[in-house]
Write a protein that binds this ligand. Structure first.
Ligand code: ADP
Ligand code: ZN
Ligand code: ZN
Length: 738
């Protein structure tokens, strides 16, 4: 029997597999899909994943190279993960190799052994001598050898730095056979006793119905949308379902938005369960991530909790996937592989034949639409658990009222009353910095970013102008760069200005600011939160950072300083996001005895969406918004794909997209696809960003199938277009910002 050709996915943007001969001396039986191999690729060596074996290759035999090394004794990737990655690569029209790059822990991509709780130890080879002639002209290697000679039991990888051992020198010594390495293991964690550390709360009727419904669906794929107002006890529903999953000997995967992954959330799981919890988020180290990944794969982690990319964690005994705050935009990756972890969670659950539970107080219009269409079962929690009552919403028309750092006189009075009553106030403003613009009162000059079509934000405390789009920053000018006059005025308000003004207006109460600037240091957020939880009257000013995850039981007044952005924006999702933010911020308030009040400042107090939201709640708003989307032919009633392009010179991106549009039109004719429309190319909403000129082309389709029939061949054609060398382009399937 001839040895088969190996077809590998490699870390390359090219949407294809690469063929190799088997590495010399490796028996064919060990070459199974899902193993990694080291292969020569151009002038580099890379780590690839074996996807399939084939008898033939298109590559002429004399051009076909052999793989260098088999890295895994048995497949690293469970077939289920391999299938999920293939589905993902196909759906998002992304290279499979690069998809693995996003899905796998970094150490595995780099070819580290897939061994858990292990460490590499460095030793002297038995016959190594410090005066080896090959080191005569290599003082650093000689030194390293001498250091290691002083440690007869070897040195663990983690201590190399402390001993001033340089990895490059060690690798050279290893190559000369003067060193050897060894992998040492720690024992896997065992688990004993009952699953519960803490009694479960008695559920209210709605919670019980939700738990029962999901439990009844444990046998196979079933999707549920748990729409429960903030504080209604969704987390308790998750916990009791996870308990059931654990009792059944299975694993639970819980996805949460990046910003929620505070110690608070995690504690609720670790306090409840005697279970092995694997944590996967952007803050953990590579080694920890690999250990968690392997523990999940081998069934030695019972609960996996993580942010977006944790969706790709393999599970030996999958039982349930939970996506908390499913509406959160952080589930959509905005670079490289532009996947949506919530959508993939549903795909994965279907593939693995397990239930998936999406939870939110403010479900996305996509998920509500799926619930209406019968694809998801809708479970509702309408009441807050415990005694807390829902907040009251007031629309405050600020037309022709004077705004003082964004604060109108009636709002000021409401704040004063609340503080006088010994309660706390939360002021929400989704804009960091002091003011969104600096303006010259004499000539009208405004501070623009030199690299973007955007205004720069004034950060007064640092005396800086900063671009929030590209990170560019400059000293705050003392005179106008255009007319040299000195009357430069900040226009509008950011959190810094609101904080400053509120501190002047209410000098007897602390004002705490919570945004990315004030919490840049790790301990500052917990210090701010501790002050708030002491419960004395105070003012909180913050961006969307405060809208998530935290509970502020003593806050009884929530002020939304500016709801207009969500109603004016050109992005059709802006109103949905605004409504979600308002409801989420409002949900932080009045959890204890006192009910809360939410004051929404706006110039559009009679806007139907705002009226619906304030008077009838999020669901009424969502119905109205869905009706508008249906009428306009927008998602979730249509499917979109966005081709973005950017280039250094003006016009280049548009030219490329014009060619792309021509290709698409030809394909539409050949494939006889008619329910598809091309919109554009048009300049991107911010045409210039970080010095590049950007444009985009939108594809709109009324079915997913025709859209995907076009995308496959279209991308093949795009890869061949002449412009690809000067233009950076990317395809975004189901984009969430246009
Ligand atoms: P959500 O996740 O929907 O915002 P949580 O699960 O955080 O809500 O619950 C809000 C509060 O209500 C928590 O303090 C929680 O302990 C409490 N709670 C939840 N369910 C119950 C219940 N059945 N009985 C009493 N208190 C509950
Ligand atoms: Zn000027
Ligand atoms: Zn910029």
């Amino acid at each position: 029997m001839p040895t088969p050709i190996l077809r590998l996915a490699l870390p390359s943007p090219l949407r294809r597999l690469f063929d190799y001969h088997a590495p010399p001396g490796v028996p064919t039986a060990r070459l199974r899909p899902g193993v990694r191999l080291r292969v020569p690729f151009g002038r580099r060596e890379v780590v690839g994943v074996l996807v399939e074996l084939s008898e033939h290759s298109e590559v002429p035999p004399d051009k076909l190279k052999a793989a260098l090394e088999l890295l895994d004794p048995c497949p690293l990737l469970l077939p289920s993960l391999l299938r999920l990655c293939r589905w993902t690569a196909h759906y998002y029209q992304h290279s499979l190799g690069d998809t693995f790059g996003w899905a796998l822990p970094a150490l595995l991509r780099q070819g580290e052994p897939a061994e858990r709780c292990q460490e590499r130890w460095w030793h002297l080879a038995t016959d190594a001598r410090p005066d080896d002639p090959r080191l005569a002209r290599a003082p650093r290697q000689r030194e390293a050898l001498q250091t290691l000679a002083q440690h007869p039991h070897g040195v663990p990888q983690a201590l190399l730095g402390k001993l001033r051992l340089n990895k490059a020198s060690l690798d050279l010594l290893l190559a000369k056979g003067l060193l050897r390495t060894e992998i040492r293991h720690h024992a896997p964690r065992e688990r004993h006793g009952s699953w519960l550390l803490q009694a479960e709360l008695p559920l209210n009727d709605e919670q019980r119905e939700a738990v029962e419904a999901v439990r009844a669906g444990f046998g196979g794929f079933n999707a549920f949308l748990l729409a429960g107002v903030t504080g209604s006890g969704k987390t308790e529903v998750y916990l009791q379902l996870i308990h059931q999953v654990l009792e059944a000997g299975r694993q639970a995967l819980v996805l949460i938005p990046e910003i929620n992954l505070g110690p608070q959330t995690l504690e609720r799981f670790t306090r409840r369960f005697n279970a092995r919890v694997a944590l996967l988020h952007s803050g953990i180290g590579d080694r920890e991530r690999l250990d968690a990944w392997l523990a999940a794969r081998d069934g030695e982690a019972d609960i996996v909790i993580g942010t977006r990319s944790a969706l790709f964690t393999p599970l030996k005994h999958p039982g349930l996937i939970i996506v908390d705050e499913e509406h959160d935009a952080s589930y959509k990756q905005q670079e490289g592989l532009r996947y949506h972890a919530r959508d993939l969670a549903v795909v994965r659950a279907r593939q693995e034949e397990i239930p998936v539970l999406l939870g939110s107080a403010t479900p996305s219009l996509e998920s509500l639409h799926n619930a209406h269409a019968g694809r998801y079962a809708l479970l509702r929690l309408r009441q807050r658990a415990g005694q807390a009552r829902p907040p009251r919403f007031l629309r405050l028309d600020v037309k022709s009222r004077s705004l003082d750092a964004g604060i109108s006189p009636p709002l000021q009075q409401a704040i004063a009353r609340t503080l006088a009553a010994g309660q706390q106030v939360l002021v929400f403003l989704n804009r960091r910095g002091f003011a969104p613009t600096l303006l010259c009162h004499d000539c009208g000059w405004i501070a623009l970013c030199p690299r973007c079509d955007a205004r720069m934000t004034l950060h007064q405390r640092q005396r800086e102008l900063r671009c929030h789009h590209c990170g560019h920053s400059e000293r705050q000018p003392t005179a106008c760069p255009q007319c040299a006059q000195v009357d430069l005025r900040p226009v509008g308000a950011g959190t810094e200005r609101a904080e400053e003004r509120l501190a002047t207006l209410f000098p007897d109460h602390p004002v705490l600011r919570i945004d990315r600037d004030s919490t840049a240091r790790k301990e500052s957020l917990s210090r701010l939160l501790a002050t708030i939880h002491r419960g004395e009257p105070c003012l909180l000013v913050g961006t969307q950072m405060i809208a998530k995850g935290h509970h502020f039981p003593r806050v009884t007044l929530v002020a939304i300083l500016d709801a207009d952005g969500g109603l004016f924006s050109a992005d059709f999702r802006a109103s949905e996001r605004m409504a979600q933010l308002i409801v989420q911020v409002a949900g932080r308030a009045g959890r204890a005895e006192e009910p809360g009040t939410v004051i929404i400042q706006t110039h559009l107090a009679d806007h139907p969406l705002l009226v619906q939201l304030a008077e009838q709640g999020y669901f009424a708003f969502a119905e109205q918004a869905l009706a508008e989307r249906r009428a306009a032919g927008l998602p979730p009633f249509a499917h979109l794909a966005l081709l973005r392009a950017e280039a250094h010179r003006p016009g280049q991106a548009e030219d490329f997209l014009e060619q792309a549009a021509d290709e698409a039109r030809q394909l539409l004719a050949t494939l006889q696809l008619s329910s598809l429309e091309l919109l554009g190319p048009v300049p991107a909403p911010m045409e210039r960003r970080a010095g590049r000129h950007r444009a985009q082309l939108l594809l709109q389709a009324f079915g997913r199938a025709p859209l995907h029939r076009l995308l496959g061949p279209w991308l093949v054609a795009l890869e061949r277009l002449p412009g690809t060398r000067t233009v950076r382009w990317s395809l975004d399937v189901d984009p969430i910002d246009l």
